[in-house]
Design a protein around this ligand. Structure first.
Ligand SMILES: Cc1cc2nc3c(=O)[nH]c(=O)nc-3n(C[C@H](O)[C@H](O)[C@H](O)COP(=O)(O)O)c2cc1C
Length: 370
């Protein structure tokens, strides 16, 4: 069934056997020092039937990571922790890229020895609270990055890229979506700068361009992809003219020769973020000529249709991949999908429950798992 999703596709250096991709999903199962844990190998290997797994967001530096038990990729111990995970995915026949994450202003000072987080400008996430091991606190106002710090930010991404390669990943994805550091520079609600990194759309994509060039130099373009969230508010990052801004961003991704571009685009009835701001994929596809991956609230039918019509080249799933470890197989066979579109407490629960205990079709048939 859904034949268009089961045509192989080349995503830069990666030969994906199908177009059912796993979207990046934070699961907070790492250890206290942001070192990946053994159970993460089981979890990712279970999902190896995806054309490609995009890992959970992974911190490029302590400055950029403010989620307890999320993994990092800046230290030797973290690289060693990732090795058995990439090995397990490969052994199971899969492919996995590492999503590179700097959270910018969303890092609480608790993680920074009391120092403020960094961002484009002195803004603060107003909604929600930061979860820290010491409790939940309001977010604090960021310190604007100085221009002389930009090369160091680029180098942090480059180091993380070299580390991802050493850890056995098949590539990296720059997380430029969802209101984190790069997105804080992209959008005008969080970028109030009046220097070369603020003001015009051309200036606001400058950090994206520099970081992408740094990552590409640290590996090569066919191993580098990008994620954007071009329509609507994401954690307080928003822009009144997304078509202009993301046309510039798409040009940056095109100029870098990135392996693929993934877009998280909720609709008005979105169940993981919703917005009435129109989806921007048509504008972006006219500029970025490589493989385009779309995401958010997809059914198998809609995904097959969007690939068949040429609207996109592949679709990524977040929540359905959490509850269906063999999602690609299930879609191909037209088998029922286990729902995961609420907000189960097990998303970020420190245990195997709701993590590695979802059965495959085969296990269900064998009655091995309830
Ligand atoms: C538990 C959970 C964790 C997530 N973590 C990330 C993340 O680390 N990086 C990211 O770019 N998006 C993250 N997302 C967003 C998903 O990648 C995806 O965009 C969203 O779930 C919508 O797709 P879906 O309808 O297929 O679930 C997360 C979503 C969920 C539900």
């Amino acid at each position: 069934m859904h034949d268009s999703l089961f045509q192989p596709i080349q995503l830069g250096a990666i030969a994906a056997p199908n177009r059912v991709l796993m979207a990046p999903c934070t699961r907070t199962r790492a250890q206290d020092d942001f070192v990946p844990s053994a159970i993460m190998a089981t979890y990712y290997a279970q999902r190896a039937d995806a054309g490609l797994i995009i890992s959970e967001a992974t911190g490029i530096s302590q400055e950029g990571l403010g989620t307890a038990r999320a993994p990092g990729i800046w230290s030797k111990a973290q690289v060693e922790g990732w090795k058995p995970i990439t090995e397990a995915v490969h052994k199971a026949g899969g492919r996995i890229v590492c999503q590179l994450w700097h959270m910018g202003r969303i890092v609480h000072p608790w993680f920074l020895g009391g120092e403020p987080p960094v961002s484009a400008s002195a803004t603060r996430l107003e909604e929600g609270k930061a979860h820290t091991p010491a409790g939940r606190f309001p977010y604090e106002t960021a310190r604007p990055l100085r221009i002389d710090e930009m090369p160091r930010i680029v180098e942090d991404y480059a180091l993380a890229t070299r580390n991802a390669r050493e850890a056995g990943f098949d590539g990296v994805q720059l997380h430029a979506a969802n209101g984190y550091l790069i997105d804080q520079f992209l959008r005008s609600s969080t970028n109030l700068r009046d220097d070369d990194y603020g003001g015009s759309a051309e200036n606001r994509v400058r950090l994206l361009r520099e970081v992408l060039e740094g990552i590409v130099s640290a590996w090569d373009a066919p191993h580098v992809s990008v994620r954007l969230s071009p329509n609507g508010d994401s954690q307080g990052a928003d822009d009144p003219d997304p078509a202009t801004l993301f046309a510039h961003a798409a040009q940056v991704v095109q100029d870098a020769g990135a392996a693929f571009l993934e877009l998280r685009q909720p609709g008005p009835d979105g169940t993981y973020g919703s917005t009435t701001v129109p989806k921007q994929d048509a504008v972006i596809r006219a500029i970025y000529k490589g493989p385009l991956v779309l995401n958010s609230d997809y059914t198998a039918e809609d995904a097959a249709q969007d690939v068949a019509s040429g609207r996109c080249d592949a679709v990524s799933w977040g929540r359905l991949y959490l509850s269906n470890p063999d999602l690609a197989t299930r879609i191909r066979k037209g088998a029922p999908l286990a729902p995961n579109r609420g907000a189960p407490k097990t998303w970020y629960y420190p245990s195997e429950e709701g993590y590695t205990d979802y059965p495959t079709l085969e296990q269900e048939a064998a009655g091995a798992v309830a």
